[in-house]
Design a protein around this ligand. Structure first.
Ligand code: AHR
Length: 305
C-alpha cells in the first residue's frame, strides 16, 4: 500500500526547531550561533533562528511566534534568569517541549522545560577565584580588585560573581573595590574600565572580567591610561575564545577560564531524543578547563572557537 502513496509522503518531514538566541554581544556568542546553525544542518533539523539583541521582550515574542508556528521543539538561551513563567506555561499548554541552552531560568515549576544544557557558571567563578588566590599566595597587604560583570540579571553574571566571591572571601586581603556591568561587550568593558581607572587609578591590582570580550576592551583602556595590562594589573577573564588566547600570547591577559559555546551537536541530539520519546537528562553540564598565559601559545592551535 505504501507504494501507492504520493511522492511527498515518502520523504520524512524534518523536525522543526525554533531557537531564540541572546544576541551577538561577544565572540563566544558568535561561536555559539555558528555551532547551533551548523549542527542543525548536519542533523537535518529545520532551524528557525531568531536573534533577541539582548532583550528579553524580543525572546518572549520569538517564543510566542514559535508556538504559533507549531514548531516541534523550542530551545533558547535566556538573556536573564527571571520572568519566564508565563511564556513557558504557554509552550507547555501547546505541548511543545522546551530546551534551555547555555543559560538557565529561575522558575519554581521545573516541568516547564525538559532539560538545561550548558556550563556550571558558579564553578567558572570559583576557578577564577582559585587561580587568583594561588597566584597571590605570597603577596602581603590588600589586593584591590575591580570586577566587570556580565549582563545584569543574567545567569552567568550572577553565578560567576557568586563563585568568585565564595573563594576570595577566605582571605580578607582580597577586596573588591568596584563592580559594575559591562554587558558582556568590548565597548562597554572599555568604557567601564576607563571609569574604574579614573576613580581608583594605580590602586587597582586585579581585574576580574566575566567574559573575554570585556577584558579585551578593558585592556585597551589600561594601555591608554599608560599602564601595562597583565603586569601592572593582573587580568582574569572567562570564555577562552581565540581573542583571549591572542591577548595571552601578546602578554596582556593572565588567564582565561574556559566556557564552551559548542553546544550545537548536543542540542540536536537532545531534540532528536525528545521527538523520539526518549528520556533526556534534566541537566547536562559542559566540561571545561582553565588556561593561564604560560600555556596559551601551545594550546592556541587546538582551539575550535
Ligand atoms: O552565557 C554565556 C556568556 O554569554 C559568555 O560567557 C559571554 O561571553 C556571553 O555573552
Amino acid at each position: 500500500a505504501a507504494g501507492l502513496l504520493p511522492g511527498a509522503a515518502w520523504a520524512q518531514k524534518p523536525i522543526v526547531l525554533g531557537f531564540s538566541q541572546v544576541g551577538a554581544e561577544s565572540e563566544w556568542r558568535t561561536a555559539n550561533t555558528e555551532s547551533i546553525k551548523s549542527a542543525a544542518k548536519e542533523a537535518g533539523i529545520e532551524l528557525k533562528f531568531s536573534d533577541a539583541q539582548q532583550k528579553q521582550e524580543n525572546q518572549i515574542k520569538a517564543i510566542r511566534s514559535f508556538i504559533a508556528q507549531k514548531v516541534d521543539v523550542i530551545a533558547f538561551s535566556p538573556v536573564v534568569e527571571s520572568g519566564w513563567e508565563n511564556v513557558l506555561r504557554e509552550a507547555k499548554a501547546a505541548k511543545i517541549p522546551v530546551v534551555l541552552t547555555d543559560r538557565s531560568v529561575n522558575v519554581k515549576d521545573q516541568s516547564l522545560y525538559v532539560t538545561f544544557m550548558g556550563s556550571d557558571f558558579v564553578e567558572e567563578g570559583r576557578k577564577a577565584g582559585r587561580w587568583l588566590v594561588d597566584k597571590m599566595k605570597d603577596q602581603k597587604g590588600d589586593i584591590n580588585i575591580v570586577e566587570l560583570q556580565g549582563t545584569v540579571g543574567s545567569a552567568p553574571a550572577i553565578d560567576r560573581k557568586k563563585g568568585f566571591e565564595e573563594i576570595i572571601k577566605a582571605d580578607a586581603k582580597f577586596k573588591i573595590l568596584r563592580s559594575q556591568t559591562g554587558d558582556f561587550t568590548r565597548a562597554k568593558g572599555k568604557e567601564v574600565m576607563e571609569a574604574f581607572l579614573k576613580a581608583e587609578g594605580k590602586k587597582i591590582n586585579v581585574l576580574y572580567a566575566h567574559n573575554d570580550d570585556m577584558a579585551i576592551g578593558a585592556i585597551q583602556a589600561i594601555e591608554e591610561a599608560g599602564m601595562k595590562p597583565a603586569k601592572d594589573i593582573t587580568i582574569i577573564s572567562i570564555d577562552a575564545v581565540k581573542g583571549a588566547f591572542e591577548a595571552m600570547i601578546a602578554g596582556k591577559l593572565n588567564v582565561s577560564v574556559e566556557c564552551s559555546p559548542l553546544l550545537g551537536p548536543q542540542l540536536m541530539a537532545a531534540v532528536k531524543d525528545i521527538k523520539a520519546g526518549k528520556a533526556v537528562q534534566k541537566r547536562i553540564v559542559t566540561e571545561e578547563g582553565i588556561f593561564p598565559m604560560e600555556v596559551a601559545a601551545a594550546e592556541f592551535p587546538k582551539r575550535k572557537y
